[in-house]
Design a protein around this ligand. Structure first.
Ligand code: GAL
Length: 375
């Protein structure tokens, strides 16, 4: 049994009882614990999206390879379920928590309980906000993701070349904008990076947001849901493109949303004139769409590396060391700047699929052709 459970239970009677069974006392450190005695609680938001399934699997694999036990739970995108699962991880004696939160501010009670039990908390990809009890953050440079998405839109429209030079197209082009879930801290970084990049083109009239909807709260999609994006795209087509005009480009911050947007466009008859649609996460179904020339691009964030960093940080905490950060300035969660390890990103157009995704072993050529990962 993990010794941290003693601190977590908080009842003197229970503590005494358990201490008698295990011979360990509350508040003792990790010295002497073998990896096999230690458990890492891993809380993931949802299994409806491929990326979080891959994240969960990779984190589990990396930690188990180091000999640790893993308590992996998915919360079905339901905030009370995630709170309950994290509570249970604490009472079951987790020694470290790795959490990809559904909503950035919803877990403060759990985080306080973790802090009281001296359980370090690693925020995974999405920063947990408004709590002092977040010890480390592993993610990507989320502002740069937004810049890369907007740049991919400009390249797809021919306004810019891949090496950053001015493209041959002149426009004007009709575009529409989408953002992720407003309660995910990443959403504002993605949208901020994208809008800073698109603004000069919008100001110059080269890009026109025909619906006029350009504020984050007008374009955000709750819980990043594909159906929500499809519905909004359908509404946009009805309200703003019923005069024979065409959509030329769509800024989409996530492949799941992109697929909803593409479905709406296909249902409305778009085929060879499919707008340039961006994405994120290199989900296999979208990689196939990129390969088939339907979706324009995605942003590849290597979840194997993210999982590896989370495992390295967890191990540092378990060895009473401070995990190595490579950014100690950017991610202020409203209470403190959380030391972070940020990984690089890569834009993937169709000709990048082979060198970036297949040659690195992320997907096989067969998986790309099928649009489905093997496991
Ligand atoms: C974000 C994450 C994106 C995407 C999105 C929807 O927090 O950074 O990569 O996965 O959630 O799941």
């Amino acid at each position: 049994m993990s010794r941290r459970i003693l601190a977590a239970l908080g009842s003197a009677v229970l503590v005494l009882g358990l201490a008698a069974c295990s011979g360990e006392g509350a508040g003792s450190g990790n010295d002497g614990d073998k990896p096999g005695d230690l458990t890492i609680g891993v809380s993931m938001p949802t299994q409806t999206s491929e990326r979080w399934i891959a994240d969960g699997n990779f984190v589990k694999e990396k930690l188990e390879a180091k000999g640790y036990k893993v308590d992996l739970q998915y919360a079905g995108d339901d905030i009370p379920t995630q709170s309950q699962q994290v509570d249970q991880m604490i009472t079951r004696g987790a020694d470290v928590l790795i959490i990809a939160a559904i909503a950035g501010t919803a877990l403060s009670g759990q985080l306080q309980a973790a802090a009281d039990a001296k359980i370090p908390v690693i925020s995974y990809d999405r920063l947990i906000r408004d709590s002092p009890n977040v010890d480390f953050y592993v993610s990507f440079d989320n502002y740069k993701v937004g810049v890369a998405q907007a740049t991919a839109l400009l390249v797809g429209l021919g306004l810019q070349t891949k090496d950053g030079a001015k493209g041959e197209a002149t426009g004007p082009f009709n575009i529409e904008l989408f953002a992720g879930s407003l309660d995910d801290n990443n959403t504002q970084y993605f949208f901020g990076g994208a809008m800073d990049t698109l603004k000069p083109f919008i100001d110059a009239g080269t890009l026109k947001v025909k619906s006029g909807q350009n504020k984050i709260d007008q374009v955000a999609i709750l819980r990043w849901q594909q159906e929500g994006a499809q519905k909004r795209m359908e509404d946009l087509l009805t309200s703003s493109y019923n005069d024979g005009s065409k959509v030329d480009g769509v800024l989409s911050p996530y492949d799941g949303l992109s697929r909803g947007i593409i479905t709406a466009l296909q249902n409305a008859g778009y085929r060879d004139d499919m707008p340039v649609v961006t994405g994120q996460d290199a989900e296999i179904a979208s990689v196939k769409l990129i390969n088939d020339g339907v979706q324009g691009s995605t942003i590849f964030k290597d979840t194997r590396l993210l999982a590896e960093q989370a495992a390295i940080a967890a191990e540092s905490f378990l060895q009473d060391k401070t995990p190595q950060a490579n950014d100690t300035e950017t991610y202020d969660n409203g209470v403190k700047v959380v030391p972070s390890y940020l990984l690089p990103i890569q834009t993937v157009f169709s000709d990048d699929i082979k060198p970036v995704l297949i040659d690195s072993g992320y997907f096989t050529a067969e998986e790309v052709a099928a649009g489905q990962a093997k496991d």
